[in-house]
Design a protein around this ligand. Structure first.
Ligand code: HEC
Length: 137
């Protein structure tokens, strides 16, 4: 009986380690390659197609103006009336926070006012790379 329990235990440890290894292999190269291959020009096209219904670069519309948003604290475009949730979020927009925001705004900041998301990771990376480029030049 002792023996059997031990072998079940070591089998379970083996499965857990294999799972960790496999998910590591599966997740990390994908996450990093999305950024490594991010393309600001493709991001610009996606931005114009997906975001400009509500956002412009230099004017507040239904959403706040987005030029310079990368590296800025969330909720700080002068003259735009943000949701209380976004305004008090204390977030700074960078690769990680923008990726979460564009993937699922409500899970990053519950009760925010942006009813939109981008499901595709590569597209998010492209859009973020475009926003970043606008902030750094
Ligand atoms: C349906 C309209 C709509 C669309 C489409 C939309 N947004 Fe928004 N966005 C908003 C609104 C409204 C807010 C302000 C939310 C709040 O106050 O909670 C916002 C806020 C933001 C913010 C935070 C800005 C700040 O000053 O803190 C970012 C970044 C952002 N949007 C990026 C994007 C990007 C990139 C896209 C395209 C992929 C996009 N949004 C598409 C409506 C939209």
């Amino acid at each position: 009986m002792m023996l059997r329990q031990n072998s079940i235990l070591s089998w379970m440890v083996g499965v857990a380690m294999a799972t960790a290894l496999l998910s590591g292999l599966a997740i990390f190269p994908r996450a990093s390659s999305a950024y490594a291959s991010a393309d600001a020009d493709r991001g610009k096209q996606l931005f114009e197609k997906r975001c400009t219904g509500c956002h412009s670069l230099d004017r507040n519309e239904e959403g706040p103006r987005l030029r310079g948003v990368y590296g800025r604290q969330a909720g700080k475009s002068p003259g735009f009336t943000y949701s209380a949730a976004l305004q008090s979020s204390q977030l700074t927009w960078n690769d990680a926070s923008l990726d979460k925001w564009l993937m699922d705004p409500d899970s990053l900041i519950p009760d925010n006012g942006m009813e939109f998301y981008v499901a595709n990771q590569d597209e998010r990376a492209d859009i973020i790379s475009y926003l970043k480029k606008l902030s750094t030049k």
